[in-house]
Design a protein around this ligand. Structure first.
Ligand code: PXL
Length: 276
């Protein structure tokens, strides 16, 4: 495989096992040179800790991009996650549109919501900005809550295949070529991932671990990007990422002191083996 340089844009939560502290090691383990653009620096993530600090890095972005442009730096993939502000979404859109190689894959994880609710720092204005970013994505990687906010569809805990198809059609209309929708389960004890392209739906069902963990969306998106950039076909990459994420959650079960994230390091060997 040709050596690939990829860029990931998301926050640094110094403690909490999410975003860049997850993406960087996972992508490196997948054999990819991983460049980062931190969207913000937080003392911890925002889901369960209180009193966290938040340093927004929006205003640093144009100069960083300009320097990379001057150096002729280009990326084979650009993968975005949790961003810091509405204004920043515009800068990230410019990076997606201009900083890729000719065959660059643009992956947007609209990391902003879960379990029917937006994360604490986000609002409707941010959701509207995210809708714009979807148009620059080759692959959009939402969970069902994010998909509902983006597509303006009512969030439901239980649903059928027609509901999911409508959701996917509305999401695709925002402009992404492919949608990979996570956390789709039609039966008790099961969940899965749906790949939607050109009106076609493919589905990978797997076991649902009863108690989920924070940060698993970031683990999933990072492993998916790593597998895809190792030449795996989209559904195969979606499966590899799902199996890896399930292992990370299983390996974290029962450790109450580790409520804030998943022990993704413990299963990196399995991920690397799946790519070999
Ligand atoms: O895992 C998503 C995520 C990323 N970054 C920060 C978060 C969260 C989820 O809550 O708070 C700062």
């Amino acid at each position: 495989m040709a050596y690939k340089k990829i860029l990931t844009i998301q926050d640094i939560s110094c403690v909490g096992q999410c975003s860049l502290t997850v993406a960087l090691p996972i992508l490196s383990a997948c054999g990819l040179e991983t460049c980062i653009l931190p969207s913000a620096v937080l003392s911890t993530h925002t889901a369960g800790f209180s009193g966290f600090t938040f340093r927004d890095l929006t205003d640093d972005m144009p100069a960083i991009q300009a320097h990379w442009q001057k150096e002729g730096i280009r990326f084979s993939a650009i993968y975005t996650g949790y961003l810091g502000s509405v204004k920043q979404v515009g800068y990230v859109q410019s990076i997606l549109d201009t900083m890729g190689t000719e065959d660059c894959v643009r992956i947007v994880d609209p990391a902003m919501a879960d379990n029917g609710k937006l994360y604490s720092i986000f609002n409707d204005e941010y959701v509207a900005a995210m809708r714009g970013l979807c148009a620059s994505a080759d692959i959009l990687l939402p969970n069902i809550t994010e998909a509902c906010f983006l597509a303006k569809v009512e969030y439901r805990e239980t649903y059928d295949e027609d509901y999911i198809r409508t959701l996917l059609e509305k999401l695709a209309a925002l402009g992404a070529r492919t949608v990979v929708l996570t956390g789709v389960g039609y039966r008790p004890g099961k969940t899965g991932v749906v790949v939607y392209e050109n009106g076609n739906i493919r589905y990978y069902e797997h076991d649902k671990v009863s108690k989920g963990c924070h940060g698993t969306g970031d683990i999933y998106a990072s492993a998916f990007t790593g597998a895809l950039m190792n030449g795996k076909e989209i559904l195969e990459a979606a499966k590899i990422a799902a199996d890896y994420t399930v292992k990370c959650i299983v390996n974290t079960q029962g450790d109450e002191s580790h409520w804030y994230g998943a022990k993704f390091e413990t299963a990196l060997g399995d991920l690397m083996a799946a790519l070999a």
